[in-house]
Design a protein around this ligand. Structure first.
Ligand code: HEM
Length: 416
């Protein structure tokens, strides 16, 4: 008798996950959807599947509940930052400090933190307000704008260049680089644009580094170029890398968050009226808008095989920390999906949590607050451009943001 020996075919990750009883989803975050729809889709997913295996983009886990996301943020030894884009488990780049892990990560943060402390940022308020007012005044007689391109991208870029004392004439250049870089992050067709943008940013900062070598300066990049990482001087490579990360992390994020804030206010007259009537509620409004529209689809890499709340995670698996779902978790917040400026103790993950919590959160909060206050003081009554269909205002990941936000207003209603 001949024994037939059939090799058992190894189970695919999806089959293993299904066998363990964990939910499987097919969630493509790159497809354009009407404004704010991703948040609703993720709300539904969170309620059905606190953890899910997503088959999209090579496969990765999604942690959708607030407590699970917090657990991952607090355990960098299990959920490392060696890769932070859920669809890119083996990146051919290494961003600093984003992809550093403890204990080295702290060395980089201790160089950057003092430059973005609450005290330093508070001291910047007059110049941030001045930039903001100047930009709004240049737009208010137009009666219509694409808020995303005409305001939300330009304002944080100008502010950033002022803070770091680079020429504000370079604003358009930086705006274009950031647009191109993010176009390529979620979409393979944009990779060429991304690579070109990275190369041009690098060339810009290489020239700056040479200039700082010849004429040392006591400004942001001058101090960065002469800083120490632990007990040794920063290398040129680290300087260039960190400069690129600051540009990528600090500009597009504020743009996207402004887009959602103004979309909400253009479509919710009561909330807009509250800011017009009482600009001092702007910080609370900003906090709630950050919570309701958390834009970053953060990622971590699993560092060892483990059972995580009943799901079989393997070393090398990628995990999405679904900040949008976690910040609207019905287990944490009452009427979590609603924007409520009176909400108390708003704790959210829009800026992440744990060691990598956003370096620029104080600056971002101030920029958003100033933008809401100064805009509504001058252009209180605006609405979505009725000639643009609601389905034309779309969003997509991996960093959620509106493609455009056409607003119109009666120029007679402008306040001078
Ligand atoms: C509303 C606007 C912003 C949002 C929503 C945002 C969000 C985030 C999030 C979620 C993280 C954590 C990433 C992770 O854990 O992997 C992060 C990190 C970071 N952010 Fe922001 N950010 C904003 C504005 C800014 C600004 C204005 C700057 C400018 C300095 C900045 C610089 C950074 C840097 C350098 C990191 C990396 C920190 C680290 O890895 O230690 N961000 N941000």
């Amino acid at each position: 008798m001949t024994a037939t020996h059939e090799e058992a075919t190894p189970l695919s990750r999806t089959e293993e996950v299904t066998a363990a009883g964990c939910p499987v989803v097919d969630f493509d975050f790159t497809q354009p959807r009407p404004a704010t729809e991703y948040f609703t889709v993720l709300d539904e997913m969170r309620e059905k599947s606190p953890i899910a295996w997503n088959t999209f983009g090579g496969g990765f886990w999604m942690l959708n509940r607030n407590a699970l996301v917090q657990e991952a943020f607090q355990n960098p030894q299990l959920f490392s930052s060696s890769a932070t884009v859920p669809t890119i488990p083996e990146p051919d780049y290494h961003f600093i400090p984003t992809m550093e892990n403890p204990p080295n990560h702290r060395l980089y943060r201790s160089v950057l933190n003092p430059q973005f402390s609450p005290k330093v940022v508070a001291g910047l308020e007059p110049s941030i307000r001045r930039d903001c007012v100047e930009l709004i005044e240049s737009l208010m007689d137009k009666g219509s704008v694409d808020l995303v391109t005409d305001f939300a991208m330009v304002f944080p870029t100008k502010v950033f260049l002022q803070i770091v004392e680079l020429p504000t004439e370079d604003t358009d250049k930086f705006v274009a680089w950031v647009e191109d870089a993010f176009a390529g992050l979620g979409n393979p067709e944009g990779v060429e644009l991304l690579q070109r943008a990275f190369a041009e940013i690098r060339a810009y900062f290489t020239a700056l580094l040479a200039e700082l070598g010849a004429n040392p300066r006591d400004d942001f990049f001058g101090r960065l170029a002469t800083s120490n990482i632990g007990d040794r001087p920063i290398t040129d490579e680290e300087f260039l890398n960190m400069s690129l990360v600051l540009i990528l992390a600090g500009l597009d994020t504020v743009k996207s968050q402004l887009g959602y804030a103004f979309y909400h206010l253009a479509t919710h007259d009561d909330d807009r009226q509250r800011i017009i009537d009482d600009p001092s509620i702007a910080p609370a409004a900003v906090e709630e808008l950050l919570r309701a529209f958390a834009i970053v689809m953060d990622g971590r890499r699993v560092e060892e095989d483990m059972d995580f709340h009943g799901c079989p995670m393997k070393k090398g698996d990628m995990v999405m920390l679904t900040l949008a779902a976690a910040s609207r978790d019905t287990l944490e917040f009452e009427h979590a999906e609603k924007v409520d400026f009176d909400r108390e103790a708003v704790t959210h993950f829009s800026f992440g949590s744990g060691p990598h919590r956003c370096l620029g959160s104080h600056l971002a909060r101030l920029e958003l607050t100033v933008a809401l206050q100064e805009w509504h003081k001058r252009i209180p009554h605006y609405r979505l451009d009725p000639s643009v269909g609601p389905d034309e205002i779309v969003e997509s990941g991996p960093q959620l943001g509106l493609s455009k936000l056409p607003l119109v207003w009666d120029t007679a209603s402008v306040v001078r």
